[in-house]
Design a protein around this ligand. Structure first.
Ligand code: PEP
Ligand code: MG
Length: 587
């Protein structure tokens, strides 16, 4: 959540923590040159020359991107390189290129103006998308546009910067990030950018601390100013005092020491000191995340956000396309399990159509859409069932608010199963099904829903905003958006106990499962599976392995008796610090 304070020349800005780590250093202000494109008329007899200018620029751009790839190949993984390969594919797109050439011929317009207009069209469609991931991709389209235009205008690329600096910029493209890393930069801080932007993903692979979404950092800094970038908490401090530098130095050291210790935990079970075992799995959205979670010692995938397959497509992928993706995932993670959540479109996520809703979070979302678009739903269920023959796939329905939705979804699933039996198609007949508990009415019905299902998984991200009536994107009420709200905790406790009364499995896939402050409490409440973001997995395991179930139960009991979020938070912080004194917690 953005905030800024100014104190005696020192400025502290909070943005979005994008890549973990703490660095100090001098700032390097990298303000992008605005590329100027004039629309000019050309003469008919200069068309061939204009086409040659265009073709040379495309060739040169491809050469530059290949150079970036060869450099990047030694620095980051295969996934990250795909960003640049995709840009090369755009350059090699014959239809696009022919379209541009015919516009040059037909409109008698200079190459850069046509490139500008053609690419800006795509860019603005993407910028207006409701989905953050697509909006972020617009910057990559801009990058390729600017690269071609710069090459048409024969401007030299200026990515050479000083060594050992923190780059401060309005926004960085993936290409910038890779090229800057050649100069051993220390980290970066940008006005714009989101957690899913390619430059952010690259920063994480390059292990460069980064904070994005700082809105106006470029306006608050001079070239060469001393900076602290805290990529854990998303804080950037401009012109820090000596005391602060000392404090952050200690913090940095603590993080190093702690992370070092965590490495040894990878192959240890997630069990308490008194041998109570829980499952520690991961939330993922893209197949490329699987190697990371395996490296972290994850016990399968507790939440696969299948919207991942929609992101790069402009239409809903076919059953076959979905099957290929789900099957690859199931094969990669086998023999461990993968819980595939059916499409949770709507709300703040992707939309199939450009529909406008007054309250999208309360609108046409998740299972509601699936039950209204039965063909699409059946296609997805078919794809999931086909991928289930290894018996390691489970299905989970999102945004369920009532019993009848579960009955309806189960009926559709059994129709698809029957169809498969009739056609002799292999699938796991006993495939487990569950639902995300993220709507208060479903939470209150947990016991009854559990009777109908194999498992429930608490989705605290949505549940929190609905239980508290707090829009998680509204800064004015952000201080109320606290997962340690006593009302929410009591509801979670009820969901866990009601599900267990039915002898069904209870998991949590919302962010609370990955909050170290909540671990002891959740163990004490009887949670059986924690599905978390891969980065935090070793830390949560460390906490689980440092406590006893008996003690965690006492902690949970006391926490549930407290009446304010702040008391609960302080109490849990004290408990955690007592058990693991060197654990680095956010301020
Ligand atoms: C949740 O709401 O807690 C959840 C896990 O789903 P998402 O964050 O995808 O809405
Ligand atoms: Mg949700």
């Amino acid at each position: 959540m953005y905030s800024k304070t100014v104190n005696n020349g020192m400025i502290t800005i909070t943005g979005v923590p994008a890549s973990p780590g703490i660095v100090f250093g001098k700032s390097y202000c990298y303000l992008k040159k605005i590329i100027k494109v004039d629309k000019l008329s050309i003469l008919k007899n200069t068309i061939p020359q204009e086409i040659v200018r265009l073709e040379h620029a495309i060739e040169r751009s491809e050469y530059e991107l290949k150079k970036i790839i060869s450099f990047a190949a030694n620095q980051v993984g295969k996934t990250e390189i795909k960003i640049f390969e995709a840009q090369i594919l755009i350059l090699q797109d014959i239809i696009l290129l022919e379209g541009i050439k015919s516009r040059i011929k037909n409109e008698l317009t200079n190459a850069e103006a046509v490139i500008d207009s053609e690419f800006s069209k795509y860019q603005s469609i993407m910028l207006n998308a409701k989905d953050e991931y697509l909006r972020e991709r617009a910057h990559e389209v801009e990058d390729i546009k600017n690269r071609i235009i710069r090459n048409i205008q024969q401007e030299k690329l200026t990515s050479r910067i000083d060594k050992n600096v923190i780059v401060v910029s309005e926004a960085l493209t993936a290409g910038d990030t890779i090229l800057f890393s050649r100069n051993k930069i220390l980290g970066f801080a940008t006005d714009g950018g989101g957690i899913t932007s390619h430059s952010t993903l690259l920063a994480r692979s390059l292990q460069l601390p980064a904070v994005v979404g700082l809105k106006d950092i470029t306006k608050n800094i001079n070239h060469g100013d001393l900076l602290i970038v805290d990529g854990y908490d998303g804080i950037v401090i401009v012109r820090p005092t000596d005391d602060l530098i000392k404090k952050y130095n200690q913090e940095k050291l603590r993080h190093f020491e702690f992370e070092d210790k965590l490495k040894t935990l990878r192959d240890q079970p997630a069990e308490t000191l008194d041998k109570h075992k829980v499952i520690l799995s991961s939330n993922i959205e893209f197949i490329d995340e699987v190697p990371v979670i395996l490296k972290q010692g994850s016990q399968g995938i507790g939440l696969y956000r299948s919207e991942g397959v929609l992101i790069s497509k402009y239409s809903i992928p076919t059953e076959e396309e979905q099957f290929i993706e789900y099957d690859k995932l199931a094969a990669l993670i086998a023999p461990q399990k993968i819980v595939i959540r059916t499409f949770d479109v709507g709300g703040d996520k992707i939309f199939f159509d450009d529909i406008h809703e007054e309250n999208p979070f309360l609108g046409w979302r998740g299972i509601r859409i699936s039950l209204d678009m039965i063909d699409m739903f059946k296609n997805q269920l078919r794809a999931i069932l086909r991928a289930s023959s290894r018996k390691n796939v489970e299905i989970m329905f999102p945004m369920v608010s009532g019993f009848e939705e579960i009955i309806a979804a189960k009926k559709i699933l059994s129709e698809v199963k029957q169809e498969f039996k009739n056609k002799n198609i292999q699938f796991d007949e006993n495939i487990k099904i569950g639902t995300v508990i993220e709507v208060p009415s479903a939470a209150l019905l947990a016991g009854d829903l559990a009777r109908e299902l194999d498992f429930l998984s608490i989705g605290t991200n949505d549940l929190l905003q609905f239980v508290l009536a707090v829009d998680r994107n509204n800064e004015k009420v952000s201080k109320l958006f606290n997962k340690f709200n006593p009302g929410l905790l009591r509801l979670i406790s009820q969901v866990i106990s009601q599900t267990k009364l039915q002898n069904k499995k209870i998991a949590m896939c919302g962010e609370m499962a990955g909050d170290p402050l909540a671990t002891i409490l959740l163990i004490g409440l009887g949670l059986e599976e924690f599905s978390v973001i891969p980065d935090i997995l070793p830390e949560i395991k460390k906490i689980i392995r440092s406590i006893t179930l008996a003690h965690a139960k006492k902690v949970a009991e006391h926490a549930l008796s407290l009446l304010t979020s702040i008391e609960i938070q302080n109490y849990l912080k004290e408990e955690l610090k007592r058990i693991i004194p060197d654990i680095p917690l956010s301020q």
